[in-house]
Design a protein around this ligand. Structure first.
Ligand code: SIN
Length: 280
């Protein structure tokens, strides 16, 4: 077997790995792209340090893995609509992504992956947590697995993006009417990863509102249990950002949470999101 060009160092026993030996601003050969893709499938989130990515190069890296998403509610950069800036200013209180979620589960075809690049990081705090949703599923009882296997959940962006706040994100968000009219989509509560065949829990506090054919009140107790279970500490890893760090996560396998513990400091990230398929 050919030796890999990249080095892969696991971050926690649940998930996550740091990759070295590659400059993502280079023109990557197919072998390196395949190795990075395999590392993503094996570890669910992969991290890189000391990278320099212009928005153009950020998009080029993302396009190795699929077409790029243009966010329906948050405007992208002026000359790069596929690149979303995630900025929290020192005086702001609300951050973007400050709750457990899987990116874009409110779309009919939710995002496959997200690639987040740190431009400016606070001297304290601002880490991101990730939780492995395969482990979350696999540690449920057989009875619970059987029951969830028959359930479908309803997802929408309407509630999360209409929360009032003062984040930089909301200053650039699209109009509220559009958010109020956000569509809902149905996804299986247990989804099968299209590449690995592994099952994962697929409900999240950010965008799931209820089970299909049930009221919100009926859905809430079980959803609350699943939200708590799916983000238990043994399923997680935590990433400390520095300028030039990159996290690339698989939204079909993980949820993530941007910690909001750095008031008085600026945090500036850029995200490229890779389109995915309809969950099954
Ligand atoms: C996000 O939810 O994509 C933001 C994550 C972060 O800023 O750490």
């Amino acid at each position: 077997m050919a030796l890999k060009k990249i080095d892969i160092e696991p971050l926690s026993s649940a998930m996550g790995a740091t990759i070295t030996g590659v400059d993502l601003s280079d023109n990557l050969d197919n072998e390196t792209v395949d190795d990075i893709h395999q590392a993503l499938l094996d570890n669910h989130v992969i991290f890189f340090r000391d990278q320099t990515l212009t928005p153009e190069r950020h998009k080029m890296f993302g396009r190795h893995f699929g077409s790029l998403n243009i966010h329906p509610y948050v405007k992208g950069m002026a000359d790069h609509e596929e690149v979303m800036e995630i900025i929290k200013e020192p005086e702001e209180k609300v951050n973007f992504g400050g709750g457990w979620h899987s990116d874009m589960s409110f779309l009919e075809e939710p995002a496959m992956g997200s690639i987040l690049y740190a431009v400016e990081t606070p001297p304290i705090g601002g880490d991101t947590l990730f939780a492995n949703q395969h482990l979350a599923y696999e540690t449920l009882s057989d009875g619970m697995k059987d029951m969830l296997g028959g359930l479908v959940a309803i997802h929408t962006a309407g509630e999360e993006y209409s929360r009032k706040g003062h984040s930089a994100q909301q200053r650039v968000s699209m109009d509220v009417k559009q958010i109020d009219e956000a569509p809902t989509y149905e996804h299986p509560v247990v989804r099968t990863h299209p590449q690995t065949g592994r099952k994962a829990l697929y409900v999240n506090r950010g965008f799931t509102i209820r089970f299909k054919n049930m009221t919100r009140a009926e859905s809430k107790p079980l959803l609350d249990y699943l939200y708590k279970h799916s983000t238990r500490e043994p399923f997680t890893c935590r990433f400390r950002w520095q300028p030039g760090s990159i996290a690339f996560w698989d939204n079909r396998s993980v949820q993530h949470y941007a910690l909001n513990d750095y008031h008085g400091h600026r945090r500036h990230m850029r995200r490229v999101t890779i389109n995915g398929d309809r969950p099954f």
